[in-house]
Design a protein around this ligand. Structure first.
Ligand code: SOE
Length: 390
């Protein structure tokens, strides 16, 4: 017996395309009883959103997201807008009794993230935050190795997210570089991903010290306003931070849009007492594994192609060696979410993960501003780790 979940999407650019593709391809690979139905898509520009509806396969479109959220033929609202719209849409959707899917970072602040979680919890709906990289099979297998104790006690988490798409000073001031729209720069856009991977694989971060950097402070406006042709970049181009984990590991993190030659270099290496693992999104099916127990002549990192029957999600796709891609991380993420709706169980990462992620981001910003270690509390924003202030 199939359960249809009627999708109302708000937004239609990069993530709109990735999500729509995943919804449409799910039935090819997941014989779940949950079937997403592309019912409506909303955007302010009527010609653009009508074209998106046609290309992505939505049955209808709206030019006002509020109308979409109120429609009684929508079960799930999928938010793929710039970050400054996430909170208002998610709260309205939850209050209208819709389940919510929201792109990362969850919100513009911890306060907004708390309001979004509260709206979801009080409405009894379920809400997913799209940290899709957790659902790369190699990352899921890394989690299994760590959880099974194959690395033993974890000493180090080393995570980077390296991009280079805005290194040209003539690249215009797009929304991902305007604080009023995005909240933060590389920090929330790609730093949020490595925060989530570290939390998923090793656990919670207790305190940190950080620095933010903006390399190019002024950029051409995409559309000049009168005689104003340039605008200020008021967000970070790069961020680096050190962190302690609740279970005792030491974290070294870096996220930047100025690492020339790295197009989407989301990477981690985790070192434990019994072994180490390495993963790189740009070779997403591969996991490098070092096990200290290997005989002396075989010591070193081995490269595993996570497409064997034993590997997560492998049975959903192709025979061994037939690799899958970036877009399939969204299929795996959404398949888990829709199954949780059918089974009425929790699906992570949910808005609790989004809120905790937002707390780490806010602690990073406060640490950089105050040039000191900051606690990452479970209840609020980061507090100075020294002096016992609370
Ligand atoms: C741009 O930096 C971007 O599209 C991010 O917004 C995504 O979250 C990341 O997965 C890829 O790069």
């Amino acid at each position: 017996m199939t359960r249809e979940f009627r999708i109302g999407m708000v937004g239609y650019k990069f993530m709109g395309k990735a999500h729509s593709h995943a919804f449409r391809d799910l039935p090819f690979f997941f014989d779940s009883e949950a079937v997403p139905v592309l019912t409506a898509i909303a955007g302010r520009d009527e010609s653009a959103v009508r074209e998106a509806a046609r290309r992505f396969g939505f049955a209808s479109y709206e030019t006002d997201w509020r109308r979409l959220v109120e429609r009684d033929d929508i079960d799930v609202v999928d938010i793929v807008t710039p970050n400054n719209m996430h909170a208002e849409i998610a709260v309205a959707a939850a209050k209208a009794g819709k389940h919510v899917i929201c792109e990362k970072p969850l919100a513009m602040s911890v306060e907004q993230a708390e309001q979004m979680l509260e709206a979801v919890q009080s409405s009894g709906v379920r809400a997913l935050i799209c940290h899709n990289y957790r659902f790369a099979p190699a990352v899921q297998y890394a989690k299994r190795l760590i959880a099974d104790g194959r690395l033993g006690r974890i000493y180090h988490v080393r995570a980077q997210y390296l991009q280079d798409w805005v290194m040209d000073p003539h690249f215009p001031l797009v929304w991902r570089m305007q604080k009023s729209v995005t909240g933060s720069g590389a920090l929330g856009d790609i730093g949020a991903h490595i925060v989530d991977l570290a939390r998923f694989l090793v656990g919670e971060i207790t305190d940190l010290t950080a620095t933010l950097e903006t390399f190019i402070g002024e950029r051409p406006l995409a559309e000049p306003m009168g005689n104003q042709t340039k605008g200020l970049v008021d967000v970070d181009d790069a961020v680096a931070w050190l962190a302690h984990f609740e279970q005792g590991a030491l974290g070294v993190f870096e996220a930047t849009r100025f690492a020339g030659g790295n197009r989407n270099g989301n990477r981690f290496e985790i070192n434990g007492e019994k072994g180490s693992i390495r993963w790189d999104l740009e070779n997403m099916n591969l996991l490098q594994v070092y096990l200290a127990e290997d005989e002396p002549g075989l010591q070193g990192f081995r490269t595993i192609n996570c497409t064997e029957p034993h590997h997560p999600f492998a049975d959903r796709y192709w025979p061994p060696g037939h690799i899958i891609g970036y877009e399939h991380t969204f299929l795996n993420l959404f398949a888990a979410f829709f199954q949780s709706l059918v089974d009425e169980t929790d699906c992570r990462p949910d808005f609790r993960d989004g809120l905790q992620n937002q707390r780490v981001l806010e602690a990073i910003e406060k640490s950089a501003e105050q040039r000191r270690w900051m606690d990452v509390s479970r209840e609020g924003t980061g507090n100075p780790a020294t002096g016992g202030e609370c």
